[in-house]
Design a protein around this ligand. Sequence first.
Ligand SMILES: Nc1nc2c(ncn2[C@@H]2O[C@H](COP(=O)(O)OP(=O)(O)OP(=O)(O)O)[C@@H](O)[C@H]2O)c(=O)[nH]1
Ligand SMILES: [Mg+2]
Ligand SMILES: [Zn+2]
Length: 363
Amino acid sequence: MNKLTQYGWNTSWDHEWSKEDRSLLKPGRITADFGQMYRVYTSEGEVWGELSGKMKHTLQSGDPSPAVGDWVELQLLEGEGRGIIHGILDRKTSISRQKAGAKSAQEQLIAANVDILFLVTSLNDDYNPRRMERYLIMAWNSGVSPVILLSKADLCDDAEVKAAEMELIAPGVPVHAISALEDLGKDAVIGYLKEGVTVALTGSSGCGKSTIVNWLAGTSEQRTQGIREDDSRGRHTTTHRELFLLPQGGLMVDTPGMRELQLYDDDGGGWEQVFADIEAIGEGCRFADCQHINEAGCAVRVAVNAGEIDEKRLLNYRKTQRELQFQMKKEARSQRKMNRKDRSVKEPVRRKSSFWNSRLNEE
Ligand SMILES: Nc1nc2c(ncn2[C@@H]2O[C@H](COP(=O)(O)OP(=O)(O)OP(=O)(O)O)[C@@H](O)[C@H]2O)c(=O)[nH]1
Ligand SMILES: [Mg+2]
Ligand SMILES: [Zn+2]
């Protein structure tokens, strides 16, 4: 049987665990999330886990539900191959986005306790530097280290040019062109996989995330499917998040491709980090609140005209900024609403619609 340390347990988690009396509970790591049921890896092997009644209740009042990668407190039911989840250990990192379709600002966790995030984009029509900027904002906000993988290098003649472009928009972030089909770049990818290290994959549907899992695992762990001929888009083959233990050591979280990444900024400073170059040049603008559109004495415009900053990057800088500001306003609004409710309702607020139903339709 595999050891808990292979799943990422270490002295730091041990320390966290022993802070409270948990003698009747066992630590387990969530490896898959099926809505109401979870797969949980424990020292006794993998079991089904469901939330305790108390946890379900606190979730309804807004506490975050467990995500793939979370370490949980599990009460194992002897001989039943299942257990009850009583709590979540504090997350070291959490990758979040804004929940699709939500009216208020709502965080949706993609994975927890991830060390490295592979931002995958394929070198066909999927390739889009502006989208990569969005993914980078998410990565830096989550506290994980991003690595850019340019997949399907076999379909492209100028992989080096594209890799250089990525290095320009993401200074200091490693960029690797790979091809699972032609077994190219595998060593670079394996270099990130060490015992106990958790790597997650993210990117559009069809960019080849599940193919990467299979390529590294050397088996067909995950189902993959051809992309649509007419527009090169994927078919949303992967439908739930799952964590795999790889033969090289290390863990990999496969996720469903996103239709669009709506940013959820929890003030992690991701946006400032991604556009640090523009922010720095902007220091030289005459007006402190310069929007870098056509103001007099705008240092950013000068840099754009000199070809030092791509105009499209500047547009994305503004677009993502507006989005995050709008979202913060939404958040403030829903917070005010909550406060009003708190004053008027003594009983805990129960939501009418089923919490779990809404979770199942999330992607
Ligand atoms: N030419 C080429 N095709 C690849 C490569 N890697 C993956 N593909 C193909 O791309 C298609 C989509 O791959 P998947 O691995 O299913 O993509 P995904 O990112 O997991 O997609 P979702 O699960 O929908 O998010 C499949 O037909 C793969 O065979 C590659 O290196 N080269
Ligand atoms: Mg997939
Ligand atoms: Zn300016």
